[in-house]
Write a protein that binds this ligand. Sequence first.
Ligand code: TYD
Length: 228
Amino acid sequence: MFITFEGIEGSGKSSVLDRVQEHLVAQGYDVLRTREPGGSRLGVELRRILLAVDNADLTAEAELFLYLADRAQHVGTVIRPALAAGRVVLCDRYADSTVAYQGYGRGLDPALLHTLNDEAVRGLWPDLTLLFDLPAEQGLRRALTRNLREGTHQTEGRFEAEALAFHETVREGYLTRAALYNKRFRVVDASKPLAAVVAQALEIVGQNLRKRPESAQGPAPRTLEPKP
Ligand code: TYD
C-alpha cells in the first residue's frame, strides 16, 4: 500500500505523518516512511541543491528535471522494493507536488508534467493521497513560526520565500488535481487543530487499509492514471 501526503507549506502534513506512522507501527504494520526530495542516496544530494536558498537562479525547467530525477531514483531504489516486500509506504510529497509547484506554481504545463511524472515513476501512482488543505496565508504563518523556532530559514525553504499568491496558486493546483483524481485523493481540512486533522487522517488511512488488506502483504497494484 502506497500512501502520499501532500499540501502547501505549513499544512502540518509532516506532523500528521509522524502520528500516522506511530499508529500503524503500533498496529503491527511494516511501515517505510520516506520523503521527497531526498528519499534516496542520490536524492539527499539533489535535495541540498533544490532547496538551497543560493540556488534561487535555477530555471523552472532545470528544477523540474531535478525533482523528476530525485523521484525516479527514489521509486526505483526505495519505494518499489519496499512495496514488493509488502510494506506500507508513507511518503511525504510525491508526483502531485511537482504538478502543483512546478506546474500550477511555476507555470509549466500541468498535463505535460503529469505525463513526465508517469514516465519517471513508470506508472507507479499512490493508492491513496491525503491532501492537507488550508488557506495559504494560514500555512505560511505556521511555516514562519516553525522556521523561527528551528532556525532553518537560511538553509532550507526556498519555496517558503515565495509570495503568498504563489502558494495560493499551488493550493488551487492541488485542489484541481484532487477533483481530477478523486479516486485516490482525500482532502483533509488542515486549518483545524492538529488533533482533529490527525483523527481524520487516521480514519481515512484505516478505511483504506481495511479495503485493501491484500496489499499489506503482497506487491502493490500498479496504477496507471488516466491522462488529464
Ligand atoms: P520540505 O523542507 O520537505 O518542506 P515541506 O515540509 O513543506 O514538505 O521542502 C520541500 C519543498 O520542495 C517544498 O517547498 C515543496 C518543494 N517541492 C517541489 O516544488 N516540487 C516537488 O516535486 C517536490 C517533491 C517538492
